[in-house]
Ligand binder design. Sequence first.
Ligand SMILES: C[S@@+](CC[C@H](N)C(=O)[O-])C[C@H]1O[C@@H](n2cnc3c(N)ncnc32)[C@H](O)[C@@H]1O
Length: 246
Amino acid sequence: MKVYIVGAGPGDPELLTVRAMRLIQQADVLVYADSLVPPAIVALARPDCTRIPTKSLTLEELIPLMVDRARAGQHVVRLQSGDVSIYGAIAEQIQALHQAGVAVEIVPGIGSLQLAAARLLTEWTLPGVVQTVILTRTPGATPMPENLADLAAHRATLALYLSARLVDKAQAELQKHYTSDTPVAICHRLGWPQERIWLAPLTEMAALTHRENLTRTTLYVVSPVLGVQAGRSCLYHPQHRHLFRP
Ligand SMILES: C[S@@+](CC[C@H](N)C(=O)[O-])C[C@H]1O[C@@H](n2cnc3c(N)ncnc32)[C@H](O)[C@@H]1O
């Protein structure tokens, strides 16, 4: 008795892991987050696979759907967007499944942050510019133990999830520490047919969001790396010695 919690990647079926693809194709039951997993990925399941969209379900409704089918010996795949360790609300699902005596295996996925870097042909940790990445959000219904402005004080690469509807508040907090001209990549529906990416100074982040009517599935990445030429890493520098290049 096992449920597979699988990262579906940002949206493009070609960015599924081989293991995720195989599990989806083998599934008797696909329990998927329909607000973020696109139809092209759900379509990879067998025609006779039972597809259960979950965006309108509570945890109390969701868990029995998985437990009952796993107990009946069916191959149950719980599919969520990106990598499941980032805002996946999986801890509560794992706990409830374990309490019901059902084992869990997690299959990680490519996160939207990784695809954003790929699209922008950049690395979020550019030597000499930024060596730290912060993954965070704007507090909404879910309270945040950390303070967004405090996180901005590091002037690291800062990926802001789940914040399109709170973008005015987010911009105001970020501007307490990032300079006004710090670039932000506004990435909408990465990996979906509707993908759009804008580069703007931080001061225009909220205005652009409103103008383009972005309310969901938007990742903001605020980062000094977006405005500079590549620095030089130690890794490939002739004067840097290491284990494999003594
Ligand atoms: C519930 S979180 C899930 C994040 C996901 N686990 C990941 O690794 O990307 C949903 C938020 O992730 C971001 N997101 C997820 N998929 C995205 C995509 N395809 N394009 C842009 N942003 C995305 C958005 O900020 C969205 O509000």
